[in-house]
Design a protein around this ligand. Structure first.
Ligand code: ADP
Ligand code: MG
Length: 468
């Protein structure tokens, strides 16, 4: 196993525990600089990263290295090495997989590289990633309607369902589906101008242009496209100026019958602090949701992904993985990535016995968050659009009780604080109340899809804020 392969496998593990943004921020430009019996040195691009990795992720990195190498590495050193070459820049597991079959004869390789270059140039321009396509999107009971609507839009962009508003929990395929739509339209109508951005990008660009006094540039970009896709639009909540700008963009595009596609972690009405006029516009066209895939679909997804990666897993193993990883498709994919990395790097047969061990010993436990309890409570309060005081207060209204119990669960699960401490933070409640809340939410996560999605979305916010 080369150092690069080893580090790639470690990154694959880290990718599962961190949000994409944080993963990129903290692991970009890292590599194994030295790896021998005595020492493991990780090269990092700057002191800031060094500090952060030492403080926050060292244990995870260490554990992951130990697991993969099966060596008892005791200690890792992080050395600042600013002279890293561009080609050791990290890749996500998916990107590695995509680039693996590129080992072709040299002439072909050149062509491929050129193509890849064109692809990445395009990617920068219209935001679309060619990895997300309809032909690798598995249709099952949780996403049938959304998929059908997407197909209808491909037939007649801008007319049938405008806007198309797609919502659902984390890791269920929203980005994949709306990107596939963009790619398909791009292919079918090469003259149409397609633009995909995340809500965050849109907001940041807007703020930047306002600061520079060049908002017109932004208008020129966004109001002249034929298909505008904005991912995770829920993050526009509370950003009044951005909402105002988006409102006008929306109107102009809609009037010209230009297709608008939005995704969100919840339906328009449930996005807090969203202007009424925007809610009503989001509801003009087609609203579709994506929900958790059932067992059959999870099996189909695993089979498809195995085939794509030319990796053989027998049916018994696929069923085992599909039965045990139920939360979302991203985790399902993560488990498969892990299995592939382990069997290829360690050259061990992926038997059911081995896989059971790999999946449990490495169960991606999120890192304990570094938020304070108050910060976490605030995140839950703003998610449910209730006040901090009401959330920790005494009212037994149903719209407060569940969020309150979820708060207690998250304090326990993600901040690892004691039950009595949780009771105190929640307005001086008894520790048994906190224990009861946690048990209840654990049960609800199993039984109730909405609770499961809420908890997932909240965790994402908690981790993105605590690592920021
Ligand atoms: P979301 O945007 O809803 O959080 P993503 O679109 O990022 O979720 O999906 C998470 C991962 O799961 C991606 O790698 C995606 O390709 C994969 N995925 C999701 N749904 C499907 C599906 N129906 N078929 C195949 N892969 C899927
Ligand atoms: Mg997404």
């Amino acid at each position: 196993m080369t150092n690069q392969q080893l580090w790639q496998a470690v990154l694959g593990e880290m990718e599962l525990v961190l949000s994409k943004a944080n993963f990129t921020t903290w692991f970009k430009g890292t590599f194994i600089a030295e790896n021998n019996e005595e020492k493991m040195i990780i090269g990092v691009p700057n002191a800031f990263t060094k500090n952060w990795l030492e403080k926050k992720y060292n244990n995870y990195i260490l554990k992951s290295l130990q697991n993969i190498t099966e060596r008892r590495i005791r200690h890792i050193e992080y050395h600042v090495n600013p002279k890293i070459k561009e080609d050791v820049v990290i890749k996500t597991t998916e990107e590695v997989v995509v680039s693996l079959p590129e080992q072709l004869p040299s002439k072909d390789t050149c062509v491929k590289e050129e193509e890849l270059f064109c692809e990445s140039e395009k990617l920068k321009k219209n935001g679309l990633n060619p990895r997300y396509r309809f032909d690798n999107f598995v249709v099952g009971n949780g996403n049938e309607l959304a998929h059908a609507a997407a197909q209808a839009i491909v037939q007649k962009p801008g007319t049938s369902y405008n806007p198309f508003f797609l919502y659902g929990g984390v890791g269920l395929g929203k980005t994949h589906l709306i990107q596939a739509l963009g790619n398909e339209i791009n292919k079918k109508y090469p003259d149409l101008k397609v633009l995909y951005v995340t809500c965050e990008q849109f907001t940041n660009e807007f703020i930047e242009e306002v600061r520079k006094g060049t908002v017109k540039k932004l208008k020129d970009t966004y109001r002249t496209v034929d298909l505008l896709i904005i991912d995770d639009i829920q993050f526009i909540a509370g950003k009044e100026q951005t909402q105002e700008e988006f409102f006008h963009t929306f109107n102009e595009l809609h009037q010209k019958n230009k297709q608008i596609i939005l995704s969100s972690d919840r339906p328009p009405k449930a996005i807090p602090a969203l202007e009424k006029r925007l809610i009503s516009r989001f509801e003009w066209g087609m609203i579709a949701d994506i929900s958790n895939p059932d067992l059959e679909t999870r099996i189909a997804i695993l089979e498809k992904k195995c085939a794509e990666r030319k990796f053989d897993l027998n049916r018994e193993i696929i069923e085992y993985v599909a039965m045990n990883i139920k939360n979302n498709i991203r985790e399902l994919e993560g488990a498969l990535n892990r299995i592939i990395a382990y069997s290829q790097l360690r050259k061990i047969e992926p038997t059911l016995e081995n896989i059971k061990i790999w999946l449990t010993s490495l169960a991606a436990k999120p890192l304990a968050s570094s938020l304070t309890p108050k910060q976490l409570i605030n995140i839950v309060a703003s998610y449910y659009d209730v006040s901090f005081e009401d959330l920790i207060g005494i009212s037994r209204k149903s719209e407060l009780v569940l969020p309150r119990q979820i708060t207690m669960y998250l304090l326990r699960e993600d901040l690892k604080i004691s039950y009595p401490h949780i009771g105190q933070e929640l307005g001086g409640r008894d520790h048994t109340t906190a224990m009861h809340a946690c048990t209840k939410i654990i049960r609800e996560i199993e039984a109730n899809e909405k609770v499961r999605n809420d908890v997932e979305s909240l965790k994402q916010r908690i981790y993105s804020q605590s690592e920021a």
